[in-house]
Design a protein around this ligand. Structure first.
Ligand code: HEM
Length: 372
């Protein structure tokens, strides 16, 4: 069973080999919380997170070692379970950088407010947030235990705004991983930035002091989009239509221009006089060649939140991506997709978030220590 370090130059949970499960949570800082309280919360979160990622309880006394007459520090459902590759990644939303905490002048210029995109149907209550925590693990109980206990630690200082469970990673972030499939049944994560592409990761994922915020050096920017997929409509489409929408074949994941899964896409190849990879296909519009070279490290998950009143599964993809320049990476690509992607007939974006993910904490320090 894997364990990943909590302390380090970068936070874990970004280039870490994508685990199988997600619990993502966004928080708002509670009224009356001071700057010192906020720093205290980040210290308490970091201490507990470091312990949980080692497979330990949130505190030394934990679930059963404290007073018989007080609620235990740890809620207990992870007792006896290993860390299962748990990573806890903490981010700061644009709304944190206001007068409440004297942080307005520290807002990184690259932590933009996302524009609205054609077709967005966002639920405000399920979007944004002052703080976020991405907990990933190979065991759903471990990811949920982490968010539950960090929410409990935040009590009185920050409260849950919204949260999302995910299963079945929809990307690979290392070359050693097989490409998984999303709920459309297609391989997802083939053309993703991978941990081994260290020069590209340095260029496109990690923030540097030269980007206008010293304290973000070694951090990154996370964009989350909850994307509902109309899977019942999709399931009525022919295999040909499905492949035309994606631009890849469903079995092997090869581009429609030919080859195997990892063959480069040939946008000049023709079939029956038309581009073999249609210009309105998802991979064509999302490809770096058509977006000024922009690339993302995608790290999303499938979700199924029960069903709606019409008896359709409330299912989709909780899209997460990391980059160091959201305006010229996510926004650029999503603008192209929103305008022309053949997939738009089957998807709808219902929640959105953007967060500055600070660098990793120094040993014994806390996430955010370079900001305060
Ligand atoms: C590629 C599915 C949303 C960006 C792909 C692929 C699939 C896929 C099947 C091809 C395999 C691969 O290369 O990974 C989906 C589904 C989505 C979704 C089902 C929504 C429910 C998005 C969004 C973005 C995005 C919102 C960014 C704004 C990309 C990129 C590629 C890609 C950059 C790689 C293109 C290339 O270089 O060939 N997606 N995607 N996707 N997607 Fe998506």
């Amino acid at each position: 069973q894997a364990t990943y370090p909590f302390y380090g130059k970068h936070q874990s949970g970004i280039v870490t080999a994508a685990q199988d499960r997600l619990h993502f949570a966004a928080f708002d800082v509670s009224e009356g919380t001071t700057r010192d309280d906020l720093v205290g919360l980040l210290k308490d979160w970091s201490y507990a997170a470091a312990r949980m990622t080692r497979g330990e309880e949130v505190s030394k006394s934990g679930a059963t070692g404290g007073s018989l007459y007080a609620p235990p520090d740890d809620t207990g459902e992870a007792l006896g379970l290993p860390a299962a590759g748990l990573t806890i990644t903490i981010g700061f939303g644009p709304s944190l950088f206001d007068d409440r905490f004297g942080l307005a002048s520290k807002r990184p210029p690259r932590l933009i407010d996302l524009p609205s995109f054609a077709g967005d149907n966002l639920d405000d209550a399920m979007s944004g947030g002052d703080l976020c925590i991405q907990a990933c693990s190979d065991d759903p109980q471990i990811a949920v235990h982490a968010i539950r206990n960090l929410s409990r630690i935040a009590f009185g200082r920050a409260g849950l705004r919204w949260s999302q469970l995910g299963f079945g990673r929809t990307s690979s972030t290392t070359r050693g991983q097989a490409t998984p499939r999303n709920l459309f049944g297609f391989k997802d994560g083939t053309a993703n930035l991978k941990a081994e592409d260290s020069a590209l990761v340095a260029k496109d994922v990690w923030a540097s002091a030269s980007h206008g915020a010293d304290w973000m050096d070694g951090g990154s920017y996370l964009v989350s989009r909850k994307i509902r997929m109309q899977i019942e409509t999709w399931d009525h489409q022919s295999l040909k239509e499905q492949q035309t929408v994606v631009g890849r074949d469903k079995g092997a994941g090869a581009p429609l221009s030919g080859g195997t899964e990892f063959s480069a896409i040939d946008f000049h190849a023709k079939r029956d006089g038309a581009p073999a990879v249609p210009t309105t296909s998802h991979v064509s519009l999302a490809h770096p060649d058509h977006n000024g070279g922009a690339q993302l490290l995608r790290r999303g998950y499938n979700f199924v939140d029960g069903n709606d009143s019409l008896g359709r599964l409330n299912a989709g993809l909780f899209f997460i991506c990391y980059q160091n320049d959201p305006e010229n990476q996510f926004v650029r690509i999503q603008t192209a997709l929103a305008a022309n992607d053949a997939m738009n007939e089957y998807v709808q974006h219902v929640s959105s978030g953007i967060f500055a993910v600070p660098p990793g904490a120094s040993r014994g320090g806390y996430v955010g220590e370079t900001l305060f």
